[in-house]
Design a protein around this ligand. Structure first.
Ligand code: SF4
Length: 346
């Protein structure tokens, strides 16, 4: 595959193979002055992910920048990994996915299908558009709650969903984001930390500032930075005005309830959801918390969270637990005794 294509989609398997075949040692990329441009571009990707997101109209890769941009991707992954922050990983993956979607608009269908196969998703060309296996459609649109994305509103033939090109690319964006998220964080050693100390401090400062804008006061005195990654992600998605799938809403409501938030406090958190409907939200919160139902529901177990695609991948503490509420990192705040209950309450 040509360098120009790999520079645009550096998460492809062929991209790392290309770097290896060119004999570019990672140590040199991380420290040699010859690769300063690639390091700067890698850092810029991370900062852009945190600051404002990419501008889809300005994502073209100039021929002279192709190698730097290709190498910038592993640099950016290392920077993101070094800070071990779920929110940063998510923002970075989203930034890369949005850029890829914008670039794919001007690329051939062959590239689209090739890229999809690596994610992997069963996407095929058909009549000027595409068709996607319905299981992949469901898997990669689970966070999109708007009516046009419901399976019932799709044209499904023999197990495949017919999609216009722009819609296929939008689904691909979700798949790319998930693919990148699942590959992070990488192990980062002390040498890398020393090499990027100044850059990492700068990124950490920006990250902390960004997190400070979260409406932590809206959810009482709970330190959200101590949430397990799944709950942190769900809360961040809500506060980023993103749609959260039904199971995600259920999980975060039950979680916030069990760490001691009142229904009104939980209700205020949901004021930011794009398809917020006050009556429905209040009803659901009252139901999940046992206010208007006989059951006080608990969040799903980790295995269920994983099967619904709302576990972003465990951090170190997660490795020894099986339930998000076991993740007792909330400043010593006691959780209430748990009562097992069906995961699909509403
Ligand atoms: S392993 Fe469990 S607690 Fe950790 S992020 Fe996944 S679902 Fe949450």
């Amino acid at each position: 595959m040509e360098l120009g294509v790999l520079a645009k989609y550096p998460f492809l398997r062929e991209a790392s193979a290309y770097i290896q075949s060119e004999g570019v040692p990672l140590e040199e990329v991380l420290g040699d002055p010859a690769y300063a441009r690639a390091r700067a571009a890698g850092k810029a990707r991370v900062l852009e992910a945190l600051e404002r997101g990419p501008e889809p109209n300005r994502v073209a890769v100039a021929p002279a920048d192709q190698l730097s941009q290709l190498l910038a991707y592993p640099v950016a992954r290392i920077l993101v990994s070094a800070l071990e922050d779920t929110y940063l990983i998510r923002r970075f993956a989203l930034r890369e996915a949005i850029v890829a979607e914008a670039l794919l608009k001007d690329d051939s269908d062959d590239v689209v299908v090739h890229l999809a196969a690596q994610l992997p998703m069963d996407l095929r060309r058909e009549d000027g558009g595409f068709r996607l296996h319905f299981s992949d459609f469901l898997r990669f649109t689970s966070t999109m709650r708007e009516t046009p994305w419901k399976l019932i509103n799709q044209r499904v033939e023999r197990g495949f969903v017919r999609l216009r090109r722009d819609k296929a690319l939008r689904v691909l964006r979700n798949a790319i984001q998930r693919h990148i998220e699942q590959g992070l964080p990488l192990p980062v050693n002390d040498e890398i930390w020393s090499a990027f100390r100044t850059d990492l401090r700068e990124i950490r400062g920006l990250l902390d500032a960004k997190k400070a804008t979260f409406k932590a006061e809206d959810i009482g005195k709970v330190s959200i930075t101590r949430f397990p990654p799944c709950m942190y992600n769900l809360l961040a998605q809500i506060q980023n005005h993103e749609n959260v799938p039904h199971m995600g809403r259920f999980a975060i409501v039950a979680f916030l309830h069990h760490i001691g938030l009142g229904n009104e406090e939980i209700f205020r958190v949901f004021g930011d959801v794009p398809d917020f409907a006050a009556d429905v939200t209040k009803y659901q919160i009252d139901h999940i918390t046992g206010t208007s139902s006989p059951t006080e529901y608990t969040p799903p177990e980790c295995s269920t969270m994983k099967s619904y695609g709302i576990c972003p991948g465990p951090d170190r503490i997660c490795l020894s637990i099986r339930h998000p509420l076991s993740n007792n990192r909330l400043n010593g705040r006691e959780t209430r005794p748990r009562r097992e209950s069906p995961a699909t309450a509403v």
